[in-house]
Design a protein around this ligand. Structure first.
Ligand SMILES: *Cc1c(COP(=O)(O)O)cnc(C)c1O
Length: 474
């Protein structure tokens, strides 16, 4: 047997990152045709843009409800006493929130604005979970009056809640946010009372000793896009150990365990190799890991299980349609299909040879493009092999890049592309930097597109502005 192991040499001759070089060199591994997307829930992408303009966010009500029902079934089939809250900050468009409320979801909010929005949508205080490290006193007073579930984040907030609860006739149910190490990095040490150093137990015991407060929930939120179901197994095990410790002192079981959000969508971070369906574990793997721990408890000791999911529910239901406005940096006329030789040359030269497209949507609308690698899908079939291309947004900044390198066939000005998935954390973080925010459409269960947010106009941006008298010139 030959024991002399010779490591493979990865050549950098292609001038690209070494790990990608081998794949880049294999012309046929890339596929000769880029995936396309002609329609969303039966409506042609081009028809949507014709009716509502470009760029355009589109959501599928069908996909929202499917995800919600699938998530619920994954848990309730294994552990019946499970409840869900919709994470408003992930996407707080009223129509989106309302779809989840229709499905029986509570509201999970993290600010004054989000709390008011949930109330305006008709959600009772008792169906609102109030999170976040900063809950200003006036909104905290209202939330306590309306019996929302305050999940207390820190000692200062605990002191304030104690003061505000002093004159209540009936005890106020509250939760605490617990910080624990579930093996997920980076560590989010900003939030909650640490379990490892005994702080969480002390906060809980202080609440249990207060006759005006009743400890309802032990809550944690371990991260977002958590790819390891086992992290939840660790989290629930640690929360149950804390619950056990509190029971030893009080002979009272804390009624609810809330594991926050963090379940991934079928999406990829930059540098990951897809397809996402093969990289991201199915939701049943998470449900199994969590409920397996809970179902080991004697039935009378089992808590209510809660979640505050965001990303997993909405990301794939959201699309952004955007148009090519101009083409830059090419070595061959891309209005003609690239010949195989051109194409190969482009691969060999690498990034420097990339064709770049300027789109009418940029990072002003897709904040998460900095982390996530969105699929880019032309709306028509293009009979030419895809080549590495770059997608720029329209902003006057060099960082406005949606994809640094994505394989696309040669596109023309006016071509439509769909970026997907983009439903989580983009509409709520979209900026009015340089340009208006675009219209948002929901394709309903009946397959009809409905405007759920109009494209902005000047007044939406400068309406709150005031011009000092000396600067007003008639
Ligand atoms: C943002 C947030 C969520 C939702 O997280 P996802 O990863 O989108 O599921 C849930 N709970 C809290 C406390 C949050 O801050």
């Amino acid at each position: 047997m030959n024991n002399n192991y010779l490591p493979p040499t990865i050549s950098a001759e292609l001038g690209r990152h070494a790990l990608e070089a081998a794949a880049d060199r294999n012309l046929y591994a890339r596929g000769t045709r880029a995936p396309t997307l002609f329609e969303i829930d039966g409506i042609p992408v081009a028809a949507l843009v014709q009716q509502f303009g470009s760029p355009l966010f589109v959501f599928s009500e069908h996909d929202l409800r499917e995800k919600a029902r699938h998530l619920r079934a994954a848990f309730t089939s294994r552990y019946e006493n499970t409840r869900f809250a919709w994470s408003y900050k992930t996407n707080y468009l009223s129509a989106i929130c309302q779809v989840f409320h229709d499905e029986g979801w509570m509201a999970e909010v993290v600010s004054d604005f989000e709390y008011q929005k949930a109330r305006k949508l008709g959600i009772d205080g008792k169906d609102i979970i109030f999170n976040g490290p900063f809950k200003p006193r006036p909104i905290l007073e209202q939330a306590i009056r309306e019996r929302a579930l305050i999940q207390i984040d820190n000692w200062d907030e605990l002191g304030l809640v104690e003061a505000l609860a002093r004159d209540l006739d009936e005890p106020l149910e509250v939760g605490i946010r617990v910080w624990l190490d579930a093996g997920i990095r980076p560590i989010w040490s900003k939030f909650g009372f640490a379990v490892e150093n005994g702080e969480a137990a002390r906060a809980a015991q202080r609440i249990q000793a207060n006759r005006k407060l009743s400890l309802h929930t032990l809550h944690t939120h371990i991260g977002t896009y958590v790819l390891d179901p086992n992290a939840y197994r660790v989290a629930v095990t640690k929360l149950l150990a804390l619950r056990e410790q509190l029971h030893a002192g009080q002979q009272h079981w804390v009624p609810c365990i809330n594991l926050g959000g963090g379940f991934p969508s079928n999406s990829l971070l930059h540098g990951m190799t897809g397809p996402a369906e093969q990289v991201v574990p199915p939701i049943d793997a998470y449900a199994e890991a969590i409920t397996e721990v809970l179902n080991r408890l004697p039935p009378e000791q089992r808590p209510q299980l809660r979640f505050e999911s965001g990303r997993h529910l909405v990301d794939e239901a959201g699309y952004l349609l955007t148009s090519v406005v101009t083409i830059k940096g090419i070595r061959h006329p891309m209005t003609e299909p690239a010949g195989l030789r051109d194409y190969k040359e482009q691969l060999l030269v690498g990034e420097a040879a990339q064709t770049s497209y300027v789109m009418d949507a940029g990072i002003n609308l897709l904040y998460t493009a900095a982390w996530y690698q969105m699929d880019v899908l032309p709306a028509r079939t293009i009979e030419a092999p895809p080549a590495p291309s770059r997608l720029y947004g329209p902003l006057c900044m060099v960082i406005d890049v949606l994809r640094y390198s994505v394989d696309l066939p040669p596109l023309k000005v006016g071509d439509l592309l769909t970026l997907h998935p983009v439903g989580a954390y983009n509409v709520s973080q979209a900026m009015q930097f340089i340009d208006y925010r675009p219209a948002v459409v929901l394709v309903g269960m009946d397959g009809k597109p409905e405007l759920i947010r109009a494209r902005e106009v000047l007044h939406d941006v400068d309406g709150p502005e005031r011009l000092p008298a000396h600067l007003v010139h008639p």
